[in-house]
Write a protein that binds this ligand. Structure first.
Ligand code: SAH
Length: 218
């Protein structure tokens, strides 16, 4: 069951969450504004209502999780989103991250490999407010060649390697933000596609994501 009442308590908890994210080092005001706007509890079962604004990941079914708000903010900040940019997201999950991108004015193309999550979440409650999110059921390793190239690509699962087809679908000068496996954790990388086609790599902190798996499920 879900509960779609956004009251003053929820809004207050979001303001506290934004304060915490600032303390943890998030500085992009557009990212913080989006987190303050979006009711994260709408993306979770009502059993999580009281804790939806804690800085934690939570289960969303099918063994998957909604990312921790700090992780969402961190990845989004690295992407440096500008209005109207075309953004490919791998791993729709709860749609929370996609909604943050859409609130910032991006045109979001999001892919999910779990059929059940795709079916459930493409009809999420805020779909009329965010017609700039397009949902796809498929394998993120393949990307969306029909809609390429993308200004930005975001991977929200632990990638075993940098998927070559996604590099092809990235614009020159575009960013890919991707957590790449290093055994027990993943290193957050920001890759910039150079005019030569080569990738310029910047490495950031370590995170822990659910795995990016090949093929579709369901
Ligand atoms: N962005 C999500 C986080 C979801 S967790 C959110 O805001 O809630 C990662 C998601 O990636 C899971 O739903 C998982 O099923 C999906 N996933 C894993 N491998 C994938 C792949 N190859 N293609 C598409 N989705 C994938």
């Amino acid at each position: 069951m879900r509960q779609y009442d956004d009251n003053y308590r929820h809004k207050g908890l979001r303001m506290q969450l934004v304060k915490l994210l600032r303390e943890k080092g998030i500085t992009d005001e557009d990212v913080l504004k989006a987190i303050e706007q979006i009711p994260r509890h709408f993306f979770l079962d009502s059993a999580f209502d009281k804790i939806a604004y804690e800085d934690r990941a939570f289960p969303i079914g099918e063994g998957q999780t909604i990312s921790q708000p700090y992780t969402v903010a961190y990845q989004t900040q690295l992407l440096q989103i500008k209005r109207n940019e075309k953004v490919l997201e791998i791993g729709t999950g709860s749609v929370y991250q996609a909604t943050i991108l859409a609130e910032m004015g991006a045109r979001v193309f999001t892919i999910e490999r779990q059929k059940k999550l795709y079916e459930l979440n493409k009809n999420f409650i805020l779909r009329n407010r965010y017609p700039n999110i397009k949902f796809f059921y498929g394998d993120g390793f393949e990307g969306l060649p029909t809609y390429a190239p993308f200004d930005k690509i975001l991977i929200t699962a632990a990638a075993p390697f940098i998927p070559p087809k996604l590099v092809q679908q990235l614009k020159t000068g575009g960013y890919m933000v991707i957590p790449v496996d290093e055994g027990s954790a993943q290193r957050m990388l920001r890759l910039t596609k150079m005019p030569t086609g080569e990738l310029h790599e910047e490495a950031f902190d370590q995170f822990s994501f659910v795995p990016m798996l090949g093929g579709k499920n369901g």
